[in-house]
Design a protein around this ligand. Sequence first.
Ligand SMILES: Cc1ncc(COP(=O)(O)O)c(C=O)c1O
Length: 382
Amino acid sequence: MKTTRRGFVGTIALGTAASVLAGTSLFNKSAMAQTRAADKSGIYDNGIMQLSSNESARGPGPKTIAALHSHVTKRVGMGYAPDHVNELRDGIANYYKLTSANVQLATGSTPLLQGSVRAFCSADKKFVTPMPTYSTSLSTARQIGAGVEVQSLDSSLGVDLDALAAAAPGAGMLYLCNPNNPTGTVHGPGAVERFVRRVMREVPGTMIHIDEAYINYAKAGAMETAVPLAMEFENVFITRSFSKAHGLAGLRIGYALGQEQTLAKIRDAWGMGDVNMLGAIAALTALEDKEHIAWEAQENAEIRDMVVGAFREMGFEVGDSHTNHIFVNLRRPAREFREACLQHKILVGRDFPPMEQTHCRISLGSREQMETAVEVFRKVLA
Ligand SMILES: Cc1ncc(COP(=O)(O)O)c(C=O)c1O
């Protein structure tokens, strides 16, 4: 999607936005997704600037787009097994210097989040999660009637690793999103290692899931992948997504890294879905295109600095974000701000309890979008 500022402001009538949204939930994704009719008339996302979910605003890099084009051939009619899927698994393994048995592909990382809760949590093995954080695993725990323990963040809106470790007795699994969604905070390698070693020493039966969906957006030196810990401990595994910095959310590809027997338990508990051949070739190309990922991270960082700077200048506190979204203390309900922005055809993030009375998550769009958005934020907050 490319929405230029002029195109966005000039071509979309507010009426379109209002009528599309009438009678539908703001966060009904299908209401926001592109239709063929909208595509033809050049209206994207029903004319609403999407700052409510954390896909890359820039999509995949040119090499990945070219790889997709060149693979639209008669081979898409074949598919048992689809071309390139095993190659993708091997490619990921090589990238991390692991074996293919240490990689589990899935249709986005979502089935891995769901499957791991199903594999490791139950009524008497609680799921422990900070709040607010990414909530798919928590929703799954509730669906299956597992015990749940929800913990507050620390005073700087980071995950409280000591509290998380202290909750291990009686837990089936602890969830650590690093960097965290929605707060954007990050834990460095020393802190993560101490946390993991403490849990493995004190309550070794506990599983630890470290979700690194946003790792490519972390500031240099702020964090490292916990893959070596997953290789050392059977009870630690990592999930990753191609939906963020690699710009492939619509193709739905994610993966877990861990010991073979750990991945087998997740796979046995829930369907991982299939990866299709176009998704596989796109993911493989995107993974290998390190230059593009570095550019994407830099572009996001510059846009993030610009938007964070604008909020701070307006007198609002913004956490130190290592992601493509920011979490702003607006000192007012997120809902109020969201509704005001929507009048200007900009949709910002949903409520994140228990902080929805003060904080709002804003996903970062393209440079042009965010220049427009900052003007709107200034007006709405004036
Ligand atoms: C932290 C985190 N993990 C996992 C996901 C799931 O993404 P996907 O299923 O597209 O890989 C998301 C999506 O927003 C996320 O924010």
